[in-house]
Design a protein around this ligand. Structure first.
Ligand SMILES: NC(=O)c1ccc[n+]([C@@H]2O[C@H](COP(=O)([O-])OP(=O)(O)OC[C@H]3O[C@@H](n4cnc5c(N)ncnc54)[C@H](OP(=O)(O)O)[C@@H]3O)[C@@H](O)[C@H]2O)c1
Length: 232
């Protein structure tokens, strides 16, 4: 079974790669930077030598590169699970964030998933089999001070994911909107947050993996996962 994970060099994407690798799935990974990406690939291959792990750097905020990543994945065969995880968190407010922030956040957090998914859907639709996970956020559900372009882009990704779920029902393709609250990753480096106050990336990964294991006739539509003490 082939699993495609975007933004897999660190954080939640890397934790998801780890749990699928441990369970014998083949992985196709990308991120922009190549050093951390290839390190992740090598770590996984060392720990799980019986699986296939391929990785290549792409900047998914650029439409052509998102499509090229899709083509590259298709070159290795049928896609079974797609995890649209790559994302960027830039805090700000509508009234004063720099003008390009919205365009950039939309490109990384929404258009990347849109274009890559469109590349991978035809073989999934043909086989009537597949599962797509979209990494939304609590910022997809709740407006908050300092949400700005990030929150706008995550509301949009949630809309994309919900539409896709309806469209794919007749094709046997499951769509899950993953909606985590704060989880400790590089997104939080530089903040003074106590890692124990928020979730671990592995918590999100475990729920994604569990949702991928149900019978073909069951679909987890939404995974809302929060720190035990609630949102920050
Ligand atoms: N951590 C949280 O608290 C939290 C909460 C809710 C939702 N989320 C969502 O969960 C996802 C993962 O978050 P995270 O905290 O694990 O982030 P992270 O630690 O910052 O990792 C992000 C990953 O995405 C890659 N990436 C970023 N921009 C990219 C681009 N243009 N093209 C390709 N890859 C790109 C990064 O690698 P490069 O930088 O090398 O490209 C990295 O591998 C994001 O969509 C985020 O919005 C996170």
């Amino acid at each position: 079974m082939n699993v495609i994970i975007t933004g897999a060099s660190k954080g939640i994407g890397k934790a998801v790669a780890e749990i699928f690798a441990a369970n014998g799935y083949n992985l196709f990974l990308c991120s922009r930077g190549e050093v951390a990406l290839y390190k992740t690939m090598e770590e996984l291959l060392t720990k799980y030598p019986h699986i296939v792990v391929k990785a290549k750097p792409f900047d998914l905020s650029i439409k052509d590169q998102a499509k090229e990543f899709g083509e590259w994945c298709l070159g290795y065969g049928q896609p079974h699970i797609l995890i649209n995880n790559a994302g960027l968190f830039e805090p700000g407010s509508v009234y004063n964030e720099p003008e390009a922030v919205l365009e950039n956040q939309m490109a990384v957090n929404l258009y990347s998933a849109y274009h890559l998914t469109r590349m991978l859907l035809p073989p999934m639709m043909e086989k009537k089999k597949g599962h797509i996970f979209n990494l939304c956020s609590i910022a997809s559900l709740n407006a908050y001070e300092n949400g700005g372009a990030y929150s706008i882009s995550k509301f949009a990704l949630y809309g994309f994911s919900k539409n896709l779920r309806e469209e794919m029902k007749p094709y046997g393709i499951k769509v899950t909107h993953v909606i985590p609250g704060a989880a400790y990753t590089d997104s939080w480096s530089g903040s003074n947050i106590d890692p124990k106050r928020i979730m671990e990336a592995e918590d999100v990964a475990k729920m994604i993996f569990a949702a991928s294991q149900l019978s073909p006739q069951a679909c987890v539509e939404e995974l809302v996962i929060r720190p035990e003490l609630g949102d920050l």
